[in-house]
Design a binder for this molecule. Sequence first.
Ligand SMILES: Nc1ncnc2c1ncn2[C@@H]1O[C@H](COP(=O)(O)OP(=O)(O)OP(=O)(O)O)[C@@H](O)[C@H]1O
Ligand SMILES: [Mg+2]
Length: 246
Amino acid sequence: MRVLQVRNLRKTFRLHLRGGLELPVLKNVSLDVNAGECVALTGPSGQGKSTLMKCLHGSYGVDGGEVLLHRADGSVLDLAQAAPQQMLQLRRRELAYVSQFLRVVPRVPALDVVAERMLEADEAVARQRSEAGHAEALAAAREQVRELFRRLNLPPGLWELPPATFSGGEQQRVNIARGFIQGARLLLLDEPTASLDATNRRVVIELIEEAKARGTAVVGIFHDEEVRDAVATRCESVAAGANQGQ
Ligand SMILES: Nc1ncnc2c1ncn2[C@@H]1O[C@H](COP(=O)(O)OP(=O)(O)OP(=O)(O)O)[C@@H](O)[C@H]1O
Ligand SMILES: [Mg+2]
């Protein structure tokens, strides 16, 4: 079952501080991803892998082409044309992105950074909840997050602290938990294991395998070849050639 179809995607950066210099990064990129597949984006540094990921997530606008998401209800939405409100809605439920660096609201404890993502996913249910119902839902969400934090070997002493002062690898595991908790339909992973030790890399490999088994479509960038070989069902080069310039 098709989840993502990228058609002739184009993205050019315009460097206003350099006299409007144009930097064409993505030239007619096409990519198909099915449910249960993990497609690894490959290509040399600076070729546009992270840029493609940000275009799929909607954090960068595109200059042309289509990013078609086949949704759970059977409809197809072009993310390249979606309104900001629609993108926010999608990110609550269907589209998850694990960036290399965690960006969070200061002062929110690690547990809630992830638990709140779970509650947002059920927005419609949330609207009907009473205050007591909300407290109960939050407690249940926190319990699931604890389980994921335990799997990711995040020290329990950190769970109630805001992640701002965590080490790179600790922040990355909070970020990973946030990406995996909502069971998204399309999961985007940009170097999810870059700051992790071997034990935690194996946990992330397991989490990716479980997501695939649930039917999630995964697009990932993995510099670590061992991780890539373990999880990728297919590699696609973002370098000029394979998919570009048609
Ligand atoms: N916001 C931006 N403004 C201007 N240029 C950008 C921007 N983001 C990326 N670029 C440029 O686009 C090109 C592709 O960058 P990108 O980060 O997508 O590469 P990458 O393939 O992910 O590389 P790496 O493997 O090193 O992470 C680079 O030349 C980069 O300088
Ligand atoms: Mg990159």
